[in-house]
Design a protein around this ligand. Structure first.
Ligand code: GSH
Length: 116
């Protein structure tokens, strides 16, 4: 059921390799991102797998292990559902809070799926 739903929105995630300077450029961009998640959430796992394939250094904020992260997700994102990608983590009040694993994967592939 879960797989049927997710696969219907599947985005191909390329395995990306970069030169050191390309990786530094991407790392500078992903420094603004944080993924709210927890280990046993299958939707979160899909996003973490995409992050790994794309070679991204994105801060992971575990809402089960850190209660403060759960609370800030609710306060600023509006919901406690994970995964949620915070885009603009330095200013949570004006950040974009992206829910939906398929949307997050599509966003990451669109933005980082090709070498600069
Ligand atoms: N359609 C969503 C489903 C996300 C979802 O159901 N997340 C669960 C954990 S697996 C959750 O956070 N439930 C608690 C809540 O919504 O507060 C996605 O693909 O991201």
């Amino acid at each position: 059921m879960f797989d049927d739903w997710f696969n219907s929105r599947r985005v191909e995630v390329p395995k990306v390799t970069r030169s050191a300077s390309q990786q530094a450029e991407v790392d500078a961009a992903t420094a603004a991102l944080a993924l709210y998640h927890y280990d046993t959430c299958g939707f979160c796992r899909r996003v973490r797998t995409a992050i790994d394939a794309l070679g991204l250094d994105i801060e992971l904020r575990n809402v089960m292990e850190e209660r403060a992260r759960y609370q800030e997700l609710l306060t600023h994102g509006g919901r406690t559902t994970v995964p949620c990608l915070c885009i603009g983590k330095d200013d949570p009040a004006s950040a974009q809070w992206m829910y939906e694993s398929a949307d997050i994967v599509a966003y990451l592939v669109e933005r980082f799926g090709t070498t600069p």
